[in-house]
Design a protein around this ligand. Structure first.
Ligand code: NAD
Ligand code: LMR
Ligand code: MG
Length: 437
């Protein structure tokens, strides 16, 4: 199925006679639209109202679907078309809620003053107890400067907030962690480091998100060194973990020894360079990298990778291709070699659609929706917070990748992110390594 970028909710009235919903569904299907949920809002004696979610490729395609429904007769009426995704974002996606109720004066005194003063004193005397008596040990800051929001680029922290709120939802749902978005009004590495350090006492960990390269490398390195709590740049290490898991699974299915495979990385920014480092540390020797920026290629050479000037040449040489450039359609179908593994991970649109890569002969292909760092970061932070580890180490990340691979069904590259087992397994694997110290 090609990528569907437009999701709309259609409010449709049909006569309450069997077969009419079928006519609507057929009209949508014949126009190439995909139907998501169908919600019956009201059933009356003469007519039925439904909300039908439809997925289309683009605006033009949506128009074709709407025209097809409008052409239907026999009392079928399309009343409204609304943007489901925008609607779901109204009021934001997250909120801070109290875990305790305040119904009586006694509750008030327990939750707040005067009772709370004793808790403050306890923490003053034994700061360690903040992990027991506050939410700090279960809270992670999701910090962005807005310079590399998905593949949308430097759109600023404010426009990046929906992504940060999204990450907070995933932390909550998959790991029971309170993720708190922090938007930074600066791109200066010194100011970022200074600000994050100053707010850090509020949190048990720091997730850096969608901070562009090259300043993300310095920012993360300094914060890791200077803070006593785990710091991880998701676009680097979360992505590298999930990518390693995907290639472990692909090689297992194809009966190929991963360590002997030739791997090509297109895009050597935050995600790409970390993926190369992860592959190197895993023992893969034949590693090629391509980037339009000479500085990025220099960074690859500094860590012992081989820079290739031409994408076509890289496609020719590599058995496994990973792309993280943010450029949709960068990989041409005619470059794909039979049997190749293609992970085109840019969001919101990949460098090549998985269907196109498979049609062109790839053995396995995936995009950034399935091979996504959502499979890694919730469990990784759950694991380190449980263990109260001061940092996230390379062996923890490898353990997380192996846990993801072990949850993957035969013939697939990664597990489904809604499988609660995967987040649990990642958390346990990371916690186990962390406790070994
Ligand atoms: N699936 C996931 O979990 C996941 C995670 C992180 C990032 N990503 C995606 O990866 C992409 C990059 O993210 P990032 O944080 O690494 O950004 P980044 O800006 O740090 O890196 C992008 C790199 O791609 C290079 N590039 C751009 N156009 C190119 C081209 N035409 N040819 C070769 N190289 C090119 C840039 O020079 C840069 O080095 C984004 O689209 C993001 O959505 C996906
Ligand atoms: O947020 C995502 O879906 C993945 C990733 O962090 C990205 O920047 O694309
Ligand atoms: Mg990101």
């Amino acid at each position: 199925m090609p990528e569907r970028n437009i999701i709309r909710s259609l409010f449709v009235e049909t006569p309450s006679i069997p077969g009419n919903l079928g006519k609507v569904a057929t009209a949508i299907g014949m126009a190439g639209g995909d139907i998501g949920e169908v919600e019956t809002v009201q059933v009356g004696p003469t007519s039925t109202m439904r909300n039908i979610t439809v997925h289309c490729d683009d605006d033009e395609h949506l128009e074709q679907v709407l025209t097809a429904i409008k052409k239907l007769e026999d009392g079928i009426i399309l009343h409204t078309v609304s943007d489901d995704v925008l609607r779901a974002h109204e009021g934001g996606k997250i909120q801070v809620k109290s875990r305790l109720d305040v119904r009586s004066l006694a509750d008030l005194r327990r939750v707040y003053t005067p009772g709370v003063a004793n808790v403050c004193r306890t923490i003053e005397q034994e700061p360690e107890k903040a992990w027991i008596y506050t939410s700090i040990g279960n809270s992670v800051a999701i910090v962005t400067d807005g310079t590399a929001i998905l593949g949308l680029g430097d759109i600023g922290p404010l426009a990046g907030m929906p992504v940060m709120e999204g990450k907070a939802v995933l932390f909550d749902r998959f790991a029971g962690i309170s993720g708190v978005p922090i938007l930074l009004n600066t791109k200066d590495p010194d100011e970022i480091v200074e600000t994050v350090k100053r707010i850090s006492p509020t949190f048990g960990g720091i997730l850096l998100e969608d901070i562009g390269s090259p300043h993300c490398f310095e920012v993360e390195e300094r914060l890791k060194k200077e803070l006593p709590i785990p710091v991880m740049h998701d676009d680097q290490h979360g992505t590298a973990v999930v990518t390693l898991a995907a290639v472990i699974s692909a090689c297992k299915s194809a009966g190929v020894e991963l360590k002997n495979a030739a791997v090509g990385q297109i895009g050597l920014g935050a995600a790409g360079l970390a993926i190369v480092r992860m592959f190197q540390a895993y023992g893969i020797e034949k590693l090629y990298g391509a980037d339009k920026s000479d500085k990025a290629k220099e960074r690859l050479q500094e860590i012992g990778g081989e820079a290739v000037a031409d994408l076509e040449e890289m496609m020719e040489r590599a058995d496994i291709i990973v792309a993280t450039t943010g450029v949709p359609g960068l990989i041409k179908p005619e470059w794909v070699r039979p049997g190749q593994v293609i992970l085109a991970l840019s969001n919101p649109k990949p460098e090549i659609e998985p269907e196109t890569a498979l049609e062109a002969g790839a053995a396995f292909a995936a995009d950034g929706r399935s091979v996504n760092n959502v499979l890694g970061f919730p469990g990784i932070f759950r694991g380190v917070l449980n263990a109260r580890a001061p940092e996230i180490t390379h062996p923890m990340l490898v353990a997380a990748a192996e846990a993801i691979a072990s949850c993957t069904k035969k013939g697939e590259l990664v597990p489904h992110p809604l499988d609660p087992q995967v987040h649990q397994e990642v958390a346990e694997a990371v916690e186990t390594v962390a406790r070994k110290g």
